[in-house]
Design a protein around this ligand. Structure first.
Ligand code: S3P
Length: 460
């Protein structure tokens, strides 16, 4: 028996507001949801394989379900079996059908950017859009390299969505040097390169998450990786036959970040998180927290689909402020908002350097973190591409009402901060958390965190 309607069953009735209060020591063991980046790639690369891929531990959050819905609209069979594994009936490289409606990618930048790459080698037009947050995000970063390969696009002013993209079966292989460190742009070019004859290369000045490369290699694509004076060059040979495979998806280190920081800032906590992805390009937060004084122990497990995995044990420590250097940014780009919660409680000043990319995430995260921390009584300021936070050397005042603004990580970060503030922190519009961390409140409450959802108030 197979359920096929999961893609349409997003919860519409979740409460809009949640309150976090100062908590006693957190303890226990909880599994956080599957890795969002790897889940998107499992669906997209499974779709390009010839035959059926099975993915276990797929993140069943709205972002990933949006990718699944888009692929289904283009002829890929995707269903969840009763045992919880997802089946993807691949159509082969270049085998998608023209969609008969607009592809709505919801809140997901990864879905939007990677799909542009996947669509590039298809001789049809697709229109992509998303929610208010996604439609405000820049798409020029993928449009530019894809245009060099022969793709035609028409976008709204400022290269924003909705955008119409017409691919071509005669894609040109290119070599492209990334102007910004972006795994999404790198992956879009590699996915386009799968469809081009010959070798397509991307050179990245700073190493970003390499899940696409690892999964492509696992599925039989020819990949070459070289260190060059300009940076790491990844080359894919186009038009391979990708082999379907069983994919075990580790828990998402970016979701683990929330209980990890909560355990680091709530005195006496001792928390374990099993099977967390430990890709070197994703774990900058854990290194930074350890530098600040949290106790993090890693128990390695065998790799899955070429990805390192470990159980993490986190115990609270006396935290001190640190300088987070710019070269660490790609390995923790999504974790700065929750690190800001730790910095607010630490003794001394924490500086985030080289973080201008935070301005173009699900919201302007520098502005959102600054505004929220100020409301919680924390001294903070931003200067160009740096943020400076003066820690309170103990519980910040709190007592703020935070607007999540369609940004799941802002919502969860301030709820984590509220576990260590003097007065409760309230977060509005917490429904956005469903994009990446279904059952966030229940998971945190399972560790003893005092977080509660308030009743739905349709007028708020
Ligand atoms: C992602 C890459 C990052 C990250 C995003 C997921 C990915 O974005 O912020 O949440 O899965 O490739 P950029 O590549 O734009 O930095």
């Amino acid at each position: 028996m197979t359920r096929t309607n999961d893609l349409d069953s997003m919860p519409e009735d979740s409460p809009h507001t949640a309150i976090a209060r100062a908590s006693r020591a957190l303890s226990g063991c909880v599994r956080v949801p599957g890795d969002k980046s790897i889940s998107h790639r499992a669906l997209m690369l499974g779709a390009m394989a010839v035959g059926t891929t099975r993915a276990r531990g797929l993140l069943e959050g709205e972002d990933v379900l949006a990718t699944a819905a888009a692929l289904r609209r283009m002829g890929v069979g995707i269903a969840r079996d009763d045992d919880g594994a997802w089946r993807i009936d691949g159509v082969g490289v270049g085998g998608l059908h023209a969609p008969d409606d607009v592809l709505d990618l919801g809140n997901s930048g990864t879905a939007a950017r990677l799909l542009c790459g996947l669509l590039a080698g298809h001789d049809f037009t697709a229109i992509l859009t998303g929610d208010d947050s996604l439609r405000a995000r820049p798409m020029g970063r993928v449009i530019a390299p894809l245009a060099e390969m022969g793709v035609q696009t028409t976008a709204r002013d400022g290269d924003r969505m909705p955008l119409s993209l017409t691919g071509t079966a005669d894609l040109l292989p290119i070599e492209y040097v990334l102007p910004i460190a972006s795994a999404q742009v790198k992956s879009a070019i590699l996915l386009a390169g799968l469809h081009a004859p010959g070798r397509t290369s991307v050179v990245e000045p700073a190493a970003t998450r390499d899940h696409t490369e690892r999964m492509l290699a696992h599925m039989g694509a020819k990949l070459e990786i070289a260190d060059t004076p300009e940076g790491r060059r990844v080359t894919v040979t186009g038009q391979p036959e990708l082999h379907p495979t069983d994919i075990e998806i580790p828990a998402d280190p970016s979701s683990a970040a929330f209980p990890v920081v909560a355990a680091a800032i709530v005195a006496g906590s001792d928390v374990t998180l099993p099977s967390v992805g430990m890709n070197q390009a994703r774990i900058g937060l854990f290194d930074t927290l350890a530098e600040m004084g949290a106790h993090i122990t890693r128990y390695n497990r065998p790799d899955v689909v070429g990805e390192p995995v470990a159980d993490l044990r986190v115990r609270a420590g006396v935290l001190k402020g640190v300088v987070v250097p710019p070269e660490r940014a790609p390995s923790m780009i999504d974790e700065y908002p929750v690190l800001a919660a730790a910095a607010a409680c630490a003794d001394g000043t924490t500086v985030f350097e080289g973080v201008s990319e935070l301005r173009v995430k699900e919201s302007d995260r520098l502005a959102a973190v600054e505004a929220g921390l100020v409301d919680c009584g924390v001294a903070v300021w931003t200067e160009e591409d740096r943020m400076v936070i003066q820690g309170c050397a103990g519980p910040p005042r709190g007592g703020a009402q935070i607007a999540a603004n369609l940004d799941h990580r802002i919502a969860m970060s301030f709820l984590v901060l509220g576990l260590a503030t003097q007065d409760p922190v309230t977060v509005d519009n917490i429904r956005t958390v469903e994009t990446s961390f279904p059952r966030f409140i229940e998971t945190m409450a399972g560790l003893g965190a005092d977080i509660a959802a308030a009743e739905t108030n349709p007028t708020s």
